[in-house]
Design a protein around this ligand. Sequence first.
Ligand code: 6PG
Length: 223
Amino acid sequence: MIRVFENSRELARGAAEHFVALAPTTVALSGGSTPKILYQLLADQFQAEVSWSKIQFFWSDERHVPPDHPDSNFRMAHEALLSRVPVPESNVHRVHSENPSAQEAADEYEKVIVPRLDLILLGLGADGHTASIFPGSDVLHETKRLVAAPWVEKLNTYRITMTLPLLNNGASILFLVSGAEKAQIVKEVLEGPKKYPAQFVQPTDGELIWMLDRDAARNLNRR
Ligand code: 6PG
């Protein structure tokens, strides 16, 4: 399913309404900049409609930095949402990405993760990556591990990421993509041949929803 919204704020509203309607008990938050507006909206305008104490929060991926680092996906979600809603700290399961070994952090995370998440939020990189599954990475072919720590050559760093077996076991997978700079990759991912990591996200028993703003959707043939 593809839904197109007027702008990034309406996109965030659509995602927030989906979140409230779904009432997930386990959620994987995505990183990057796109979801920040959603997180802020959930805290500001939808707080009363969510049973926060019933939700366990995870991350679809994390940078190999401490939780207080500017690049941390945990830090962004904590500032925009989790520090502003009544979710018990014990419900927030961040990746221990301060561990000097990304692999150890991934191994540890695999022990706390739930295998079937009610809601998984994902973004789309201009190169077609999602979570921290980048083009050409071995993690694209992982069939057993639920969490991995791939080396990302183009970023010269390790990442910790949910793998396709875990992502594709999700009940509701929601891609949020906004901005004209994503229009080309959105077209290639949604209408082109299967070659980008984001195209390998195909839930085996769940729904896949793409929420785009008009700028990101502008190159699509079909709406
Ligand atoms: C990350 C994200 C990554 C992100 C895309 C889009 O850790 O950066 O998980 O997959 O979703 O890169 O990022 P933007 O929303 O910043 O464009």
